[in-house]
Design a binder for this molecule. Structure first.
Ligand SMILES: [Zn+2]
Length: 317
């Protein structure tokens, strides 16, 4: 029996545009990702379910690909009796756990200083957290990890694919060569490997871009005829697009290296040069992207770090 999977297009207030949620008619009627917590999103979800002959009350479980508000906010509209399934790292985000967010503040205060960002860190962190207004207050009912099958979704297996988010997963159906990909691989834009504070068993700042590249390579080695992406069109040429994304990233890293060869720089100085028109408005995204290039160059031995100042300076080797 082949899988029946429906794409539900949900509006979001974010620059990325609409979210794609997916309804899978498995043994359990399963929603993958939900949408942001807005009335418009809830209305769009219900209208599209109705066209398919369902209503929200028919959904038996919800799995999330990752914790970002555009994917999980609408969970608050579902009754507590509907199980929510995801990687365990999502839980503190979904709950908006106060201890975690205290650590989150401290993490960004510390790293913003190291990156050489000259603005008041309290303001930056407040701005960084503002999308959380569209998130939920829920707990995971069940956690899933690499290789596990999802209950009620026969044939679908979990792939851990960190980078865009630490708790990011994809669901893979090997027999049908299908991947529900979350935000790992999008057709129209490259996905951002976002900075995140470490979780329980992580001790250092996760190097999101390096993780993200590994996750891309991981899916490009699988047989996949279609990626149902979290935003935009389906992706059919997975290997081609992964190769393209990795190549563009490497090119950007070498652009950064050329800058550092002129003179040692902080992450923030390079960020300003890479994104002169948007770095102030989108500091979270652009700093994440920039520090990713530094992590990459450091990993391949092209740059080294001077940690003796409060702001860290990077030198070309
Ligand atoms: Zn996301």
């Amino acid at each position: 029996m082949s899988t029946t999977i429906h794409k539900l297009i949900i509006p979001t207030p974010f620059p990325v545009g609409d979210l794609n949620a997916y309804l899978i008619e498995g043994e359990k009627l399963t929603l993958i990702d939900a949408g942001p917590k807005t009335e418009e999103a809830w209305k769009a979800l219900n209208e599209q379910l109705m066209k398919l002959g369902f209503q929200a009350g028919d959904i038996e479980q919800i799995a999330v690909t990752h914790h970002h508000p555009d994917h999980v906010g609408l969970l608050d509209y579902f009754p507590d009796s509907v199980p929510v399934i995801g990687h365990r790292y999502n839980d503190v985000w979904l709950q908006q756990d106060s201890v975690f967010f205290q650590q989150y503040n401290e993490f960004f205060f510390r790293w913003f200083e190291r990156f050489g960002i000259p603005y008041p860190p309290q303001l930056l962190v407040k701005k960084l957290k503002s999308p959380m207004d569209y998130s939920c207050h829920r707990s995971l009912t069940k956690t899933i990890a690499e290789g596990e099958q999802v209950d009620g979704l026969e044939g679908w297996r979990v792939l851990e694919t960190p980078g865009h988010a630490q708790g990011h997963i994809c669901l893979y159906h090997e027999g049908e060569e299908l991947l529900v990909g979350g935000d790992l691989l999008l057709a129209h834009v490259s996905s951002n490997p976002l900075l995140e504070p470490p979780q329980e068993n992580q001790t250092e700042r996760p190097k999101s871009l390096l993780q993200y590249n590994q996750s891309l390579k991981k899916i490009s080695e699988l047989c996949i005829s279609c990626v149902y992406a979290g935003h935009g069109e389906d992706v059919t040429d997975v290997r081609g697009l992964v190769e393209h994304r990795l190549k563009r990233q490497e090119e950007r890293a070498y652009t950064v290296l050329e800058m550092i060869k002129e003179k040692p720089m902080t992450v923030f100085e390079v960020c300003q040069r890479l994104f002169p028109s948007v770095y102030e408005k989108q500091l979270g995204l652009t700093i994440s992207e920039t520090v990713g290039q530094f992590d990459y160059l450091e990993a391949i031995g092209e740059i080294r770090l001077d940690e003796t100042n409060p702001y860290w300076l990077y030198y070309a080797q």
